[in-house]
Design a protein around this ligand. Sequence first.
Ligand code: DOR
Length: 424
Amino acid sequence: MSKPDTVIQNATWRGESHDLLLSGGAVLELRPSAGGQEYADAEIVDAKGMQLLPALIDVHTHLREPGFEWKETVATGLTAAAHGGFGTVMCMANTDPVNDCAAVTEQMLDKARAAFPQGGPRLFPIGALTMGLKGRELAPMGELRDAGCRAVSNDGLPVENSELFRRAVEYASDFGLTVIDHCEDPHMALGTGINEGVMSARLGLKGQPTVAESLQVARDILLAEYLNLPIHIAHVSCRESVELIRAAKERGVPVTAETCPHYLMFTEEAVEGYDTAAKVNPPLRPAEHVEVMRQALRDGVIDMLATDHAPHAAHEKEEPFSQAPNGISGFDTALSATMQLVDKGVLEMDHLIRAWTTAPAKAFGLPVNTFAPGDPADFVLYDREEFWVVSPGSMHSKGKNTPLSGQTMLGRTAALYVEGRRVV
Ligand code: DOR
């Protein structure tokens, strides 16, 4: 075995103290710590008391650049991602101009390189499915793939025209791109950011029924089955969608699905008092749906977690509820929030690791660290004992819009390494 150039000593992995041996940015070995071990010529990092985790992968984020730099930039977004423990990020195409050509993808990648000249979180932009996200003509997917995209999506403007959507799924597969679909019936969902039910009635707001999501989940499953081609379903939020996905997977349909930490943590009651920080699309649902989402993630029916990091400026979220934009800023809090679900017994550590690392890597062909020899040395040192308060001052994203604001969290990323190099 070659000699390590770096050794992360005494980090906690699966409850036991371990040494992580690295060479040339890759894992050499993860082994139980043996007292008095000498590693000649290696840089030694004392990680005593730190929890070791593979770096997280986030397949659904909004970095807002180009076009909406007052909300976030590639630099501030990736900085927040790094502080949140994310070593790989995919960002959506709803920028201005839309990411429907190589020039925009390349601009995003240039900004990422400029922000982290020594290397930061890996960025894989998501190309637009249709030109300008307008749902009329397909985007040039070969060009987008060659520029660095791993997936294509029409993001928050799902394609209603099933003929066009079918052709998009076929065309994408020719280039090895997976289609990500934000499933909603655009008419039923129009102008909402709250679930249709008790809360919408109480607050006197138009609500979005769960069927607005599950109708399109059903269409996508039927298309994926007919074409035998993969479709990835974004931010699943409700029981009906889970039931459709579970049945589809049992039939062997090649669908994958994500949910977000907020659908596991909050019910629709978070919008009480017209709190726009909890206004998100799809909306937060009643408790019975939250319970189903938790179970589906444990079972693997929902393959993975993604933040749907959607930063907005304070003045935008200060608009009246019906005018304020949808979205929750997720990078800063996602790992701490999901670790708290582990602490509470809602998830096990294996669920968290699968949902944040191996499942998204498998679905999108991304590099992943399983701590096997030769894996990229992408990892987090996580301090389980750090208390911190979620606040504008403690968040790295420009978007401070989160219903967790003001809450005390226990546990935070202390360091992120990508390819063996410390990023933060
Ligand atoms: O809440 C959301 N915000 N959901 C989306 O699908 C889009 C996102 C955004 O871009 O702000």
